[in-house]
Write a protein that binds this ligand. Sequence first.
Ligand code: SF4
Length: 367
Amino acid sequence: MTAGLLAPEAILEGALAGRRVTADEAVVLLEQAELTDLAVAATALRDRHNDPARASYVIDRNVNYTDVCNVYCTFCAFYHRPGDSRGYVLTREQLAQKAAETRAIGGTGFLLQGGVNPDLPWDYYLDLVRFLRHEQGIWVHGFSPVEIQMMAKLSGQDLRKTIADLRDAGLGSIPGGGAEILVDRIRKKIAPLKGNRDKWLEVMEAAHEEGVKTTGTMMFGITETLAERIEHLAALRDQQDRALARTNGGGYTAFAAWPFQSGHTPWEGKVPKPTDVEYLRTIAVARIFLDNFAHIQSSWVTMGRKTGQLALHYGCDDMGSLMLEENVVSAAGTCYTVNRDEMERMIRAAGYQPWQRDNVYGTVPAG
Ligand code: SF4
């Protein structure tokens, strides 16, 4: 055991008694805690934030409005470079078709992300969210921080005004994509043009200041240390403390973590895929450490159905999206999709009542 630190059992006991777990203690949990002890503690804490009987899911569609991108992340098998004739930007007709298909199965929203496409003007984004929200009736959970940074440059405005304009046009919430690991040593290796840790956090802070809800994510298993993994979680927890203190409705709704998918990227064969056990340990410690997050999502899309179901017993209360489309992950060779019946069956088989939520964890109106 690390000198001066409590044993894992005592750390978990403290967490269950309401004591906040420190970063050093969370590393001890990742390294040393018994898997079953983590499951018991994470489930008890999950049940304090959520209805213990149910697990939620959302019907939305992962729409990549363009695959043209000038950020060139080394792990990405999805993008085309500006000027490449294979690149696309979805037309209004294609977007309307996707919206109609989503509504037809009881879906409520789009997870809408690019490509960081240097050829699209600022007005394009405002028109895009207006069209989807007001003409198509689709909740837009849209634009990762690197896209919003680019929009701020395009519009000549600061981040808060950029986000306020998007919100006023119809943007509902912002996904926490591109967080990867919020440690610059790692970011420089895997996504040198994506902006440093502070830039990612600045976008989230500006969103929260504008009363906009966001999600927090982590892509792990890309050569970071366990302490760096916890450093990432600590940055999110600190930010959520500030968001909740503002009481303006802004803040993180949920956290999701998934392991790096190296297939078809320059990292293929160079980094081992985290095991299912490592995923379950990581997600359970996240539930325990992120004491100010209401929801933790299971990443069944990358981990597969069985591990996704198991994660509901390691602190997760939500199965995320049906994933009507998942271009980025499928480009890297991993993609699991299900329909609503299968999703509900998966949740029931894991011992919970399924509950369809909207993109910000509200109830979906009947009909
Ligand atoms: S992950 Fe996103 S930002 Fe990075 S290259 Fe791919 S599309 Fe571009």
